[in-house]
Design a protein around this ligand. Structure first.
Ligand code: SF4
Length: 290
């Protein structure tokens, strides 16, 4: 009888929505350009089920977007539903749960009750990005989370810039034809080398880094590519591709990547807002999937 292989990832992000209260031109998630991606909670649950059918354990689950707190309204409480679904169904399959928010929405009573329930059962924190004048609710969010005794950290991008700033990874044109150059980039990139990849669940796929996800969203990579895993394919096929990602010494997307997250990647000022014209131009350049 074959021995079952235990599969573990360091982290995975669940993309709740690409809608956002900001329109950051250099958003690594391409949120202003793909804001139509706003799946029903039932679809997100199916993605989570599919992920845990092939992955036995993950260290961190990140809930991000877009802005996940947009999904805490009376008519759309998907964030609360997903947090409770994870705790109830997969609480023993991960260690730590985090939410990323952009400092523009103060969590209300209904979602704070869910936060309190989650905190009793799991290590849980909220990361609040502070983009200065754009993140107008940071102080109110901090007060609310302190009152609720929810752990949080504020990542400062206004004065003492977190990590020196963002890296603009949006240029996904072909740059490195030689495999040796792609491998060189991969070897310097913190995503595979230090973070064990930044797997994302989005639109029914798993991708190992934001450049691979961006290429998928822009129609430049597909489920036939080595680093794009169809979440609803046969389990054996999904496992094979995931194990190959673990073993890889470069991804096809490295050929198209401006430089990955390496120490010498140029840092740019975060949260510059895109104009409608810039968003329209971007969408016209690609066959966007959503
Ligand atoms: S595509 Fe870029 S971000 Fe992704 S692993 Fe390669 S170098 Fe890193």
């Amino acid at each position: 009888m074959p021995v079952k292989q235990f599969i573990q990832t360091q982290r995975v992000s669940i993309i709740m929505t690409k809608r956002c209260t900001l329109k950051c031109k250099l958003c690594g998630a391409l949120a202003p350009y793909v804001e139509n991606y706003h799946p029903p909670a039932e679809f997100l649950k199916k993605e989570i089920d599919a992920f845990f059918k092939i992955v036995d354990k993950t260290g961190i689950i990140d809930i991000s977007g877009g802005e996940p707190l947009l999904r805490t309204t009376v008519s759309d409480f998907a964030l609360g539903e997903i947090l409770l679904y994870l705790i109830e169904n997969y609480g023993d399959r991960f260690d730590y749960l985090r939410i990323f928010t952009n400092g523009t929405i103060v969590p209300g009573e209904r979602i704070c009750k869910v936060f309190r329930d989650v905190r009793k059962k799991k290590s849980f924190s909220i990361t609040v990005d502070n983009y200065g004048k754009y993140s107008s609710k940071v102080k109110s969010i901090a007060s609310r989370l302190e009152m609720e005794q929810i752990d949080y950290i504020i990542r400062d991008y206004s004065e003492n810039i977190h990590c020196g700033g963002w890296v603009d990874l949006r240029d996904i044109s072909l740059k490195h034809i030689e495999i040796a150059d792609a491998k060189n980039l991969f070897a310097k990139c913190a995503i595979p080398q230090k973070l064990g990849c930044c797997f994302e669940l989005m639109d029914g796929i798993i991708s190992p880094c934001s450049v691979a996800a961006a290429r998928y969203l822009c129609g430049e990579a597909g489920k036939e590519d080595a680093e794009i895993i169809d979440l609803f394919a046969k389990h054996t096929e999904m496992k094979r591709k995931l194990l190959e990602i673990f073993e890889a010494d470069y991804f096809p997307s490295c050929h198209y990547c401006v430089g990955g997250l390496s120490d010498d990647s140029e840092r740019v000022v975060p949260a510059e807002q895109a104009t409608d014209e810039e968003i329209r131009e971007w969408r016209e350049k690609y066959t966007m999937r959503v």
